[in-house]
Structures are given as C-alpha cells and as structure tokens.
Design a protein around this ligand. Structure first.
Ligand SMILES: [Zn+2]
Length: 329
C-alpha cells in the first residue's frame, strides 16, 4: 500500500501547525541563553549549514551529523513543551485529524516491524516487556499487544497523555526517561522503543546513558529518528519540513548514530532507513531544489522509475527516516 505524505501530514493542517511553531520560536526562544556545542556524535567542529526561525544548524564535516548549535538551554524547551500554542495544536487538532490514518499507516507497520525484529533475535520468547519511551497516546502499544503476547509500559512525562494511556489500560511511568532509575521498571527481558523522539533530545548522550543504565544485558533498544543524510533533507535544506525548530535538534545518520551508540556501550544490530516518502517529498517541493541536475531528473523519470530510485535510496541508507536496533552486551 502506497503511503502519501498528505494522509499522515495533511497540508492545510500541517501548515497551520508550522505557522504556530514559527511564532512560538520567537516567543519562547528569541531571548534564550544559547550554548555553542560540538558534534553530538564525533565531537567534531561543525560548519554553519542553514538558519531557520533563529535556530542555527551546523553540519559536521567528518560524520555529516546535522545539529542545532548554539543550542538554547533546556529551561527554554521545558517552558515551550509545557504550554506553547503549537504544542497544544499538535496534541489536539493535528492528532485528532490524523489519528485514524496514522494508526493504519504508521503505527500498525511499526508494531509489525518491532515484532519482526524481536522474533529475529535469539531467545525471543524471553522478552517480557515493551518499554515505550515517550509513548504519547499509546497507539503503538495498543497495536503491538494485538499481535504479540507481551506487556507494554509507557514512559510518558505529560500528565495529559499519561492519563489517556491509563484510560486505555496501559501501564504508565509518568516521568522523563532521563529521570528513570533502576527499579522503576520491572525485572524481565525488555525491548525499549522510542519513535520520532531522538531528533528532539537536548542531550542525546545523556539520554542514551540513562537508557543503558536501565537495561540488563541482552535487553534491546529499537528507535526511529530522522537521518540528516536523507535525500530530501540534503536537497531541500532550510525548506525541508523536517527541519523544524524548536523540535528537531539532531539529525544523525546511519553511520554517525552507530558511532554514538558504540561510544555509549551499545552493540548495534542495524541502522536502516526503510523510508517511503523521500521521492514524494522532493517531487512536491521541486521549486526549492537549487541543483539543476536533480530538478531535471525528477521531471524526467516516470513513476515506476521514481519507485526504483526510492528503493535504491532505502538500500543505501539514504532515506530521511531511520530505524536503529541495538542491545546492551
Ligand atoms: Zn561529527
């Protein structure tokens, strides 16, 4: 089944969300204290790449990670996520309009993907828990429980979202992952998951340390995030909708995320980009592409050829949506 961008990000609603976000970046971040940071993967010195809504993105010349620097301090993000108009719009209007399509097109395939990943591991019958970090509305957890005999625990700091999960009969730990200590989670083999969270993290190294500390040997962590080597992000630059401050602060790629995980003690099983939308996105945004070769190519190829290019992009790990599987040795 072909997934189009329109179904999961309807343009009119998404554009309203982007408009509110642009306003919020001024309200919450224009006077924020900002700190210069090095590449969060290899600690190299990044070069300025693009600036959007007052946020400066750097690109690391060594590992190609894209990251916001100087980076506003955590306190500004806390205020923003607590009560900004765009945050509220996302959690209410945007979510309501897209829930059905997202459940079918995003969450069911993700549940299947995590199930397949678990079943491909040794002693997969020993997995007792899914730990869903930043589980939001708990849709993933509802879906995986319908296709697998496994318990799900949602880690969700938002009072409003935690309540929604509890009303669905899901177990919830109402904290940020970074506040979880050993003992907050039950014993038994666990598969930690997080979806579209990693690009938001203020300090990815600290986040990974906390996850690692709460894992036992042979526990697994599966997460999805955006890849900065994604072809749409690279070609569209500041016009890429994925480049959305203040939300998206880190764009690792399959190689740089592997480096980051190894540095934090994990062993990496795979870092893949199973995306489907890249060519759809660049075709729709052709006016923003500066490179004449790519503009010509997109209009020259027919639909079937575009699908072949998309397949090749996926094969080479060059799609903008990345899925990473790693474990604690
Ligand atoms: Zn780097």
């Amino acid at each position: 089944m072909k997934v189009t961008e329109e179904e999961i990000r309807p343009e009119v609603v998404f554009n309203e969300y982007l408009k509110l976000t642009a306003e919020d970046t001024i309200t919450y971040f224009s006077n924020a204290v900002k700190v210069e940071i090095d590449c969060p993967s290899c600690e190299g010195k990044g070069n300025d790449w693009v600036t959007k809504y007052g946020f400066n993105y750097k690109l690391c010349p060594d590992c190609k990670t894209i990251y916001v620097s100087p980076r506003p301090e955590m306190v500004s993000f806390n205020a923003y996520y607590k009560d900004a108009p765009s945050t509220k719009f996302w959690a209410t209007t945007f979510y309501r309009v897209t829930e059905k399509a997202r459940r079918e097109k995003l969450w069911k395939p993700k549940a299947q993907m995590v199930k397949d990943t678990i079943l491909s591991l040794e002693n997969s019958n020993k997995f007792k828990y899914i730990i869903d970090i930043g589980g939001g509305y708990g849709v993933f957890d509802e879906e995986i429980k319908t296709i697998m005999d496994i318990d799900a625990i949602v880690i969700e700091p938002s009072v409003h979202l935690a309540e929604i999960c509890r009303n669905k009969g899901l177990a919830v730990v109402e904290k940020f992952m970074e506040e979880i200590v050993f003992g907050d989670l039950p014993n038994g083999r666990k598969c930690f998951v997080s979806f579209e969270l990693f690009e938001h993290l203020h300090d990815p190294n600290f986040f990974l340390q906390t996850v690692f500390q709460n894992m036992n040997s042979d526990d697994v962590f599966v997460f999805t995030t955006l890849s900065g080597m994604g072809i749409d992000i690279q070609l569209l630059g500041e016009n890429s909708k994925a480049l959305s401050p203040p939300h998206h602060l880190n764009f690792f790629n399959p190689k740089s995320v592997t480096n980051l995980l190894l540095k934090n003690g994990f062993k990496v099983i795979s870092a893949l980009t199973p995306g489907k939308l890249d060519m759809d996105i660049i075709s729709k945004n052709i006016e923003f592409i500066d490179d004449p070769y790519w503009r010509n190519l997109i209009t020259y190829l027919d639909e079937e050829e575009m699908n072949l290019v998309q397949d090749k992009i996926v094969e080479l790990g060059l799609s903008s949506h990345m899925m990473v599987t790693c474990f604690k040795p």
